[in-house]
Design a protein around this ligand. Structure first.
Ligand SMILES: *[C@@H]1O[C@H](CO)[C@@H](O)[C@H](O)[C@H]1NC(C)=O
Ligand SMILES: *[C@@H]1O[C@H](CO)[C@@H](O)[C@H](O)[C@H]1NC(C)=O
Ligand SMILES: *[C@@H]1O[C@H](CO)[C@@H](O)[C@H](O)[C@H]1NC(C)=O
Ligand SMILES: *[C@@H]1O[C@H](CO)[C@@H](O)[C@H](O)[C@H]1NC(C)=O
Ligand SMILES: *[C@@H]1O[C@H](CO)[C@@H](O)[C@H](O)[C@H]1NC(C)=O
Ligand SMILES: *[C@@H]1O[C@H](CO)[C@@H](O)[C@H](O)[C@H]1NC(C)=O
Ligand SMILES: *[C@@H]1O[C@H](CO)[C@@H](O)[C@H](O)[C@H]1NC(C)=O
Ligand SMILES: *[C@@H]1O[C@H](CO)[C@@H](O)[C@H](O)[C@H]1NC(C)=O
Ligand SMILES: *[C@@H]1O[C@H](CO)[C@@H](O)[C@H](O)[C@H]1NC(C)=O
Ligand SMILES: *[C@@H]1O[C@H](CO)[C@@H](O)[C@H](O)[C@H]1NC(C)=O
Ligand SMILES: *[C@@H]1O[C@H](CO)[C@@H](O)[C@H](O)[C@H]1NC(C)=O
Ligand SMILES: *[C@@H]1O[C@H](CO)[C@@H](O)[C@H](O)[C@H]1NC(C)=O
Length: 523
């Protein structure tokens, strides 16, 4: 039968429905070079691996017009495909540039695309498509997903609604609570959750220590108010096997005599100022002292196998260990806490709420360490690790940092506090605050943590119960087949693609003192 269809314009739009269950989780994998943790995101219907970074705030992907060597070996966004969800910004002429501390850089232009993460769909997300770069990424990783504050984004402010990915979700109230959680393992069983905490890792929310994040004064070229800048905390103390290392903040008068540390999942090491790091290494043989931790502060302890990097090629018996010494940074950040520390905890990044609560970093220890690993275990793990490191790696024969304190580049006449309440750039103001005006570590038992959602990864194992013809029951457990996805190539698009089995579902001087000491951090 012929049906007369009235002529109407049907507009399909992607709408994010706020149904109170906005929690998302995806697996993250340690790259084979140990340099980064990556997850898979979709740009329209094209999938890419992106390296996670909490010390930058932009999403960028190599594009097909990037022909440099580092680009050619990874899947790239095909510019000629004309993705139906692509939206150009300023006729593709808004430039993007990112420069990294190792001297590499990425250049491109700003555009908007639909971004998929887990089963979350975000239309018109501002990002950068790279046209020239010497940033070298392993394992077919095509770009970086920055999870930092808008203040350090190059893209924020280049066009309307060009807020970074995670802050955009928080500012529009689209998550159950404005936070994300990171579980880092040495394989592909870690997770990134948005809006919720991974319940397969965190079994008791009361054991999370919540630390208010530090605000930073404005740069002299910025407006006159302080605001959140990096996921940074004051480091309260550091001990080597019980001996405390006295910390010398590089800018004591500006940072209230505190050493500021950033939590950076994009950093495969731990870095500190020369003054502190040299003291730390000299105390490996030192006397024992006990520092008194006050209030609700907790210790977070690294075992030798967490901080030892490996043996050197030049001098067998010589061992490299984190942290590596650096000259102080002119923005006042002394310590960079990367994945060797972050693997020992589950980390929650709570974004803070406009006018009602500061951003917080929640740390949930994965073990209760009281005694160091045995020297025999450490030695065997080090010698079984096939990797031998050139002696130019950290803490060996590197040039000694000058220790010169550079000119502090922030406007010190504007004060910045830890845990200050601000009224813009944090989450939607109608979220109900859990932490309130916390300016120091709150007692977790006083917090109403029930507003924090829990999410579990999908299982990778399925149990099949079979009844045979004789009526006997048998049970088999088998791995759920993980579908292969094609990286960098839209379905039906002809091009030599990168087919990769990517988990879309969860997969389930060797000094005696260096190998037998605990490195304890107090936040
Ligand atoms: C999508 O996310 C919701 C929570 O927001 C979850 O309940 C649902 O199971 C997820 N679906 C899939 C296919 O992962
Ligand atoms: C912007 O780039 C997209 C993707 O390559 C392309 O389809 C579009 O034609 C470009 N727009 C302009 C104005 O150059
Ligand atoms: C990367 O490229 C930038 C800009 O072209 C250049 O300044 C830098 O020296 C290069 N770095 C490396 C490590 O090749
Ligand atoms: C990248 O993907 C291709 C195609 O699947 C694969 O052959 C290659 O080994 C991958 N490279 C790395 C470094 O994982
Ligand atoms: C980000 O951009 C928005 C406008 O889209 C602006 O209101 C906000 O102040 C910007 N944030 C920062 C930190 O630059
Ligand atoms: C992956 O790492 C986790 C935590 O470190 C460990 O418990 C698990 O056994 C590892 N899984 C595989 C398959 O190696
Ligand atoms: C969770 O941890 C707190 C503090 O350690 C403890 O008091 C409480 O009994 C624990 N809850 C459960 C259900 O184990
Ligand atoms: C302001 O100064 C800081 C530090 O010198 C610099 O990183 C930033 O790019 C500058 N911002 C602008 C808008 O010039
Ligand atoms: C900051 O405040 C000072 C003094 O009030 C003023 O001279 C200066 O122009 C202001 N700077 C900016 C970037 O607003
Ligand atoms: C933290 O470590 C210090 C020094 O090792 C110790 O004195 C203190 O009791 C520890 N604090 C807690 C809460 O365990
Ligand atoms: C550490 O000890 C506390 C208190 O005894 C306990 O609640 C917690 O579950 C332990 N954590 C781990 C990872 O063993
Ligand atoms: C560190 O302390 C433990 C006891 O907690 C001890 O067994 C170990 O030998 C100490 N290591 C050093 C280097 O003193």
């Amino acid at each position: 039968m012929y049906i007369l269809v009235p002529l109407v314009l049907i507009v399909f739009s992607l709408v994010l429905v706020s149904d109170g269950s906005q929690a998302f989780i995806a697996p993250i994998t340690l790259s084979s070079d140990g340099g980064s943790y990556y997850t898979v995101v979709g740009l329209g219907n094209i999938f890419f691996r992106v390296s996670l970074d909490t010390a930058s705030s932009d999403l960028w992907i190599m594009s097909s017009s990037c022909l440099t060597e580092t680009c050619q070996k990874v899947p790239r966004y095909p510019l000629s495909y004309q993705s139906p969800t692509f939206l150009s910004v300023n006729s593709n002429s808004t430039a993007f540039n990112a420069i990294y501390s190792d001297g590499t850089s990425a250049d491109g232009f700003v555009a908007k695309e639909t971004v998929l993460f887990s089963n979350l769909t975000v239309p018109n997300q501002a990002l950068a498509l790279i046209t020239s770069s010497n940033v070298s990424l392993a394992d077919n990783i095509s770009g970086i997903l920055g999870l930092g504050f808008p203040r350090i984004s190059s893209i924020n402010g280049t066009a309307t609604n060009s807020t970074p990915f995670f802050p955009g979700l928080a500012q529009r109230g689209l998550l159950q609570y404005p936070l994300f959680g990171l579980s880092l393992t040495r394989n592909d069983t870690g997770s990134l959750s948005l809006g919720a905490i991974d319940a397969s890792v965190v079994t008791n929310l009361t054991n999370i220590q919540w630390n208010p994040v530090v605000e930073f004064s404005p740069f002299t070229n910025e407006s006159n108010s302080s605001s959140y800048y990096q996921w940074a905390l004051p480091l309260q103390g550091l001990t080597v096997n019980g001996t405390s290392v006295s910390l010398s903040p590089s800018y004591p008068s500006v940072t209230a005599n505190k050493s500021i540390a950033i939590f950076d999942v994009g950093n495969p090491g731990i870095y500190g100022p020369w003054a502190d790091v040299s003291k730390l290494f000299s105390s490996f043989n030192g006397a024992r002292l006990v520092d008194a931790a006050a209030g609700h502060q907790r210790n977070f302890t690294l075992q030798p196998t967490d901080y030892i990097i490996g043996e050197t090629s030049g001098d067998p018996g010589l061992c490299l260990a984190w942290p590596r010494a650096l000259d102080p940074s002119p923005d006042g950040i002394d310590w960079q806490i990367g994945t060797p520390f972050m693997r020992t905890v589950y980390t929650v990044f709570s974004y803070g709420i406009d006018t009602s609560e500061p951003p917080m970093i929640g740390l949930y220890p994965l073990s209760n360490i009281t005694t160091p690993e045995s020297a025999a275990l450490v030695s065997s793990l080090i010698s079984s690790a096939s990797e031998i490191f050139p002696t130019t790696l950290p803490n060996s024969l590197l040039t000694t940092p000058t220790g010169t304190i550079q000119f502090y580049s922030l406007n010190t006449s504007v004060s910045a506090s830890t845990g200050g309440i601000v009224d813009t750039d944090l989450a939607f103001s109608s979220y109900s605050a859990i932490f309130g005006a916390a300016t120091s570590v709150p007692d977790p038992s006083t917090l109403n943590l029930s507003a924090i959602a829990l999410i579990s990864p999908s299982p990778t194992l399925a149990t099949y119960t079979v009844t045979d013809s004789a009526g006997a029951l048998s049970t088999t457990i088998s791995h759920i087949t993980i579908p292969s996805i094609v990286l960098g190539v839209p379905p039906g698009w002809s091009s030599a693609g990168f087919v990769v089995r990517a988990p879309l579902l969860f997969g389930s001087l060797l000094s005696a003192t260096l190998v037998s000491s605990l490195l304890r951090w107090t936040w």
